[in-house]
Design a protein around this ligand. Structure first.
Ligand code: SF4
Length: 498
C-alpha cells in the first residue's frame, strides 16, 4: 500500500474550506461538566450557565448547531458563541468579569486576632493547640495587639472586620476590650466601617462582657453541634455539660444584644454523620433560621483523634445531601430555613456579584481578604495556617507584627503563595467546568497532600466541591421550578412570602 506523503496532511487548507465548514459562528471561551445521565452544564467565563443534553458541548465545538435551533439563540445571547471572532459585547463581558472578581478591589478586610490559646473546653476536633485556663502566658501581649491593630488600619479596605478568636477569647476579655477600644480610637482618624466579631463558646459571659458587647454592637459567633448528647460528646468540658451552658449563653446574649447579633456554627464529626435531621431540628428548636453543614478540617487536634474525626468525604456528602433534602422539604412546607454553604454556591451560580467567603475564592481568600495575628505576634495567611503552626509547621507564616506592612502583605512569602491561589491556573481546575463556582486552597492541599497545588483526583477539597456543585445543578435541572423561589429566598436571606 502506498503511504500518503506527510506534507499532504500538513498542507494548509484554503479559506474556502473554513468558510464552507465553519462559517456559522465563532466559539467564545466556555467549559462544561456532566451533571447527570442526561444533562451537562455549559459555563462561560463569567459564570453564566446553560443546562443542556449530553453531547451539546461536542456539537457546539463541531459547529453542528443550526441557526434555526432555539439553542443557537441561547448560546448567542449568553456569550458561548459569537458571529464575530471578537464579540461586540466584549466590554460588557469584561465588566462582568471584573465585577465577579471585585472582592479583590479593596484587599484585606477580615483581620483575625487570636487573643489567647486558653480554653475551658477540650473539644476533640479542636483545630488549635488550646491550653488550660490559667496559663496567661498564652495571651497576646498588649504591645503585639497594638501593632496588629495598626496594621489593620493600613489595609486599603474601607470596610474591615476585626474578629477575636482563641482558644476562648473571652477568657482574655481585657485583650478584647483593649482591642475594640484602641481600634475605635484609631478609627476617629481613619473612619473605616468596622464590624467586631467574637468567636466564643458562649459559656463565660458575664454582665460586664455582655454590656460591653452591646455598647459596641459586637457580633457573637458561637459553636452548637446539635442535640445535647451530640454536642456534649463533641465538645466536652470538665466538670460540666457544655450543651446547657451554650444554650443559656445564646439566650442570654440574644436577650441583651438582639436576635440577629448571635450566630452559631456546627462541626461534623463521625458521630454527627448519623444525625443530620436531628441537628437541623435542634437548630430550629433553638431559634436559628440557618445552618452551615460544615465538615471537619484536617488540622490541629482533629488529626490526633482520627476515630472521632476522620471520615471519607463520600460519607460527609451523604450527610450533606440528606440534610439539604430535609431543609428543602421544610422550605416547601413554608418554614424559612437556610443551608449556608449551598447559599454561597447559589450566589456564585445565580448572581453576577462576588461572594466574599474566604474558603471558596479564586484568587484564594488568604492575604487578599483575610489575615491572622496570632497570640505570639506572628502573622499568618489564614486561620488554618496558624493551626498548622501549632503543629510546628510555619510554612504559611508571613512575618511578625513588628515587621513593616509591605514585607508582611506583599513580601516574598506572599508572592510565593500567589503562584498557587488561582484555580484558573491550577492543574485540573484550569479545565474544570465548575471552576467559576469553586476556589483554590493551597493551605488545605499542603496540609492534606503535602503539595501547594494539590492533586485533584484525590483531593477532598475537590471531591467535596465538585459533588456539591454538581448536586445543586442536578437539583436545578430536576426540580428548578419549585426550587428557584426557595433558593432566591436564601440568596436574599428573606422568607418567600414577606
Ligand atoms: S477543585 Fe475540583 S471542582 Fe473545584 S475547580 Fe478545581 S477541579 Fe473543579
Amino acid at each position: 500500500m502506498e503511504l500518503p506523503i506527510a506534507k499532504d496532511f500538513r498542507k494548509f487548507k484554503g479559506p474556502e474550506f473554513y468558510e464552507a465548514e465553519f462559517s456559522e459562528y465563532f466559539l467564545l471561551p466556555f467549559k462544561f461538566h456532566r451533571i447527570n445521565d442526561e444533562k451537562e452544564v455549559l459555563v462561560n467565563e463569567v459564570g453564566d450557565f446553560l443546562i443542556v443534553p449530553i453531547g451539546t458541548a461536542r456539537r457546539i465545538a463541531s459547529r453542528d448547531i443550526q441557526k434555526d435551533e432555539l439553542l443557537y439563540e441561547d448560546l448567542f445571547a449568553n456569550s458561548f458563541i459569537s458571529n464575530k471572532p471578537i464579540p461586540d459585547l466584549i466590554d460588557v463581558l469584561a465588566t462582568r468579569y471584573r465585577t465577579k472578581k471585585s472582592f479583590l478591589d479593596d484587599f484585606t478586610a477580615l483581620h483575625i486576632f487570636v487573643v489567647s490559646l486558653r480554653c475551658n473546653h477540650s473539644c476533640h476536633y479542636c483545630q488549635v493547640s488550646r491550653v488550660s485556663e490559667n496559663r496567661q502566658e498564652f495571651d497576646i501581649s498588649i504591645e503585639d495587639l497594638t501593632s496588629g491593630i495598626e496594621h489593620m488600619f493600613r489595609s486599603p479596605s474601607p470596610s474591615i472586620t476585626m474578629e477575636f478568636q482563641g482558644g476562648e477569647p473571652l477568657l482574655a476579655f481585657d485583650r478584647v476590650k483593649f482591642g475594640v477600644e484602641y481600634a475605635l480610637k484609631l478609627n476617629e482618624t481613619f473612619k473605616k466601617d468596622i464590624t467586631f466579631v467574637v468567636c466564643t463558646n458562649a459559656t463565660v459571659f458575664t454582665d460586664e462582657i455582655l454590656e460591653f458587647c452591646k455598647e459596641h454592637q459586637i457580633i457573637i459567633s458561637t459553636s452548637l453541634d446539635g442535640p445535647e448528647f451530640l454536642h456534649n460528646a463533641n465538645r466536652p468540658k470538665s466538670g460540666a455539660k457544655s450543651y446547657q451552658m451554650v444554650i443559656d449563653g445564646i439566650n442570654r446574649a440574644r436577650n441583651q444584644l438582639g436576635e440577629d447579633q448571635v450566630s452559631a456554627l456546627m462541626t461534623t464529626t463521625s458521630l454527627s454523620l448519623e444525625y443530620p435531621i436531628e441537628i437541623i431540628d435542634n437548630y430550629i428548636e433553638n431559634g436559628f433560621s440557618n445552618i452551615f453543614l460544615r465538615p471537619i478540617s484536617p488540622y490541629g487536634f482533629a488529626l490526633k483523634n482520627s476515630k472521632k474525626n476522620r471520615y471519607h468525604t463520600e460519607k460527609y456528602l451523604e450527610f450533606y445531601k440528606k440534610g439539604l433534602k430535609y431543609i428543602i422539604e421544610l422550605n416547601k412546607q413554608g418554614v424559612f430555613f437556610v443551608e449556608d454553604y449551598t447559599t454561597i454556591i447559589l450566589k456564585k451560580i445565580l448572581t453576577p456579584f462576588p461572594v466574599s467567603y474566604v474558603d471558596l475564592q479564586s484568587p484564594a481568600g488568604m492575604i487578599n481578604n483575610v489575615v491572622v495575628f496570632n497570640y505570639d505576634g506572628y502573622v499568618y495567611a489564614t486561620d488554618e495556617s496558624r493551626m498548622l503552626a501549632e503543629q510546628g509547621d510555619f510554612t504559611f507564616r508571613l512575618g511578625h507584627v513588628k515587621d513593616n506592612y509591605r514585607s508582611i502583605f506583599y513580601g516574598e512569602k506572599a508572592r510565593f503563595l500567589s503562584q498557587y491561589w488561582s484555580n484558573e491556573s491550577l492543574a485540573g481546575c484550569a479545565d474544570c467546568g465548575l471552576q467559576s463556582y469553586c476556589g483554590a486552597d493551597p493551605v488545605f492541599h499542603y496540609a492534606a497532600q503535602g503539595d501547594f497545588e494539590g492533586y485533584r483526583p484525590t483531593s477532598d477539597f475537590c471531591i467535596k466541591n465538585m459533588e456539591i456543585i454538581r448536586h445543586i445543578f442536578d437539583l436545578l435541572d430536576s426540580d428548578g421550578k419549585a426550587l428557584m423561589p426557595i433558593f432566591n429566598s436564601w440568596i436574599n436571606n428573606r422568607p418567600r412570602y414577606q
